[in-house]
Design a protein around this ligand. Structure first.
Ligand code: HEC
Length: 150
């Protein structure tokens, strides 16, 4: 027959092994999360020149005035979301804190623009477009080489 102490001993062993296994699982999970985090912060490498990203951002941003005149708020909302993502991307191009700050300010302003446009708030859309324009220029003043005078 199976003595009482022996079955207690067995279940204790199972509990210890089970605990160790769960501990291992959570460690493995933790390592996975750490890897994910490293990928988020340092792993992204742009492959296109910044001027190409800028050219397209400029074309889209330049088209917003006309869309506002025609009250195409849904279109502005989507363009603003895309420009927020391009700003997010632009931040990856340089390591300087200040450069990232301008890019992140642009991202935040474009997100606000998409919200204002979602509310069909033409006045707020206009104000935000002006703020964005100033932010583009502020970054260019510091980081974009001036074209040679002709
Ligand atoms: C975080 C800094 C930063 C922000 C914000 C920024 N730019 Fe730029 N932009 C640059 C830099 C740096 C260059 C020069 C890139 C190069 O020539 O390598 C540039 C270049 C450009 C060019 C010239 C592209 C070409 O074909 O040579 C245009 C147009 C432009 N930006 C438009 C914009 C517009 C519009 C915005 C705002 C919606 C904006 N940029 C916001 C940094 C910025």
């Amino acid at each position: 027959m199976f003595p009482q102490w022996r079955s207690k001993y067995l279940s204790a062993t199972v509990a210890v092994l089970g605990g160790a296994y769960l501990g291992f699982l959570s460690l493995a999970g933790g390592a996975g999360r750490a890897e994910e985090k490293a990928g988020d912060s340092g792993g992204y490498k742009p492959v296109a020149p910044l001027e190409v990203v800028m050219k397209h951002a400029d074309d889209i941003f330049g088209g917003l005035d006309k869309k506002l005149e025609k009250k195409q708020f849904l279109a502005i909302k989507k363009e603003a979301q895309f420009l927020a993502e391009l700003s997010n991307l632009a931040a990856q191009y340089k390591t300087e804190e200040d450069f990232k700050k301008f890019a992140n300010t642009g991202k935040d302003l474009f997100l606000q623009l998409s919200q204002a446009s979602g509310k069909k708030d033409a006045g707020e859309v206009k104000i935000l477009m002006d703020k964005i324009d100033k932010n583009c220029e502020a970054c260019h003043d510091k980081y974009k080489e001036k074209e040679e005078k002709k």
